[in-house]
Write a protein that binds this ligand. Structure first.
Ligand code: CA
Length: 226
């Protein structure tokens, strides 16, 4: 049974979400402010978090930022009250996986939840070998070849590619890439990421200037498509 943590301060909304999610067969845990939400996330290890943006004590954005800063990769679906584009973009930049704008239909929210859980389930902790177009990549052996031709990658390029593959279909921000591929102790600029992505595209894309695998998501980051 999948466990969902709902962080929402409006009692009616919280009740409605709980009822509908339970009807769908989810185990539901709730919190009514940001601080409680963070505590619950740590204590109950949910499979997904539904997170309202406007919350007392700590906003949904802060909760999202803190979860990711703690290397908590639990999928997050944000509930944005305003239809402002900035809210959506900020949520995704902070590491949310998806969002719905209030007022939303419960059917739409349930569909998003299912989709995000499905994507998370497909994510392998470490892919050993993948095929990207006509390129065969073996992460274990640190080798890549196109037909009989060996394609050379630096160690960092391999790590970056592996990170993209592990997050197939998800938007990843430059900040996430910096934190997870370069690590907190190193401080390259986000420009470095773009340069590495350009090099990866040269090696994996058929047409690097019209990429089919590493897509630029304007204002957010990148999305890898297998
Ligand atoms: Ca609220």
């Amino acid at each position: 049974m999948k466990r969902i943590l709902v962080i929402e301060d409006e009692p009616q909304m919280l009740l409605g979400l709980r009822d509908n999610l339970e009807l769908e067969g989810y185990d539901v845990v709730t919190a009514t402010d940001g601080e409680e939400g963070l505590a619950r996330a740590a204590a109950t290890s949910p499979d997904l978090v539904i997170l309202d943006v406007m919350l007392p004590r700590k906003s949904g954005f802060d909760v999202c930022r803190e979860l990711r800063a703690r290397a908590n990769a639990t999928p997050i679906v944000m509930l944005t009250a305003r239809s402002a584009e900035t809210d959506k973009v900020l949520g995704l930049e902070l590491g949310a996986d998806d969002y719905v704008t209030k007022p939303f239909s419960i059917t739409e929210l349930l569909a998003r939840v299912r989709a995000v859980l499905r994507r998370a389930g497909q994510q392998k902790p470490a892919a050993d070998a993948v095929r990207i177009g006509d390129l065969e990549v073996d992460f274990q052996l640190h080798q890549a070849r196109r037909g009989r031709t060996r394609v050379e990658f630096t160690a960092r390029e391999f790590e970056l590619l592996r990170y993209f593959v592990q997050h197939t279909g998800q938007v990843v921000t430059r900040e996430q890439i910096l934190n997870e591929v370069w690590g907190y102790e190193e401080f390259p600029t986000t420009r470095t990421i773009d340069n590495f992505v350009a090099k990866l595209r040269q090696k994996i894309e058929r047409a690097p200037h019209a990429p089919e695998h590493i897509l630029t998501i304007h204002g957010s980051g990148y999305k890898f498509v297998g």
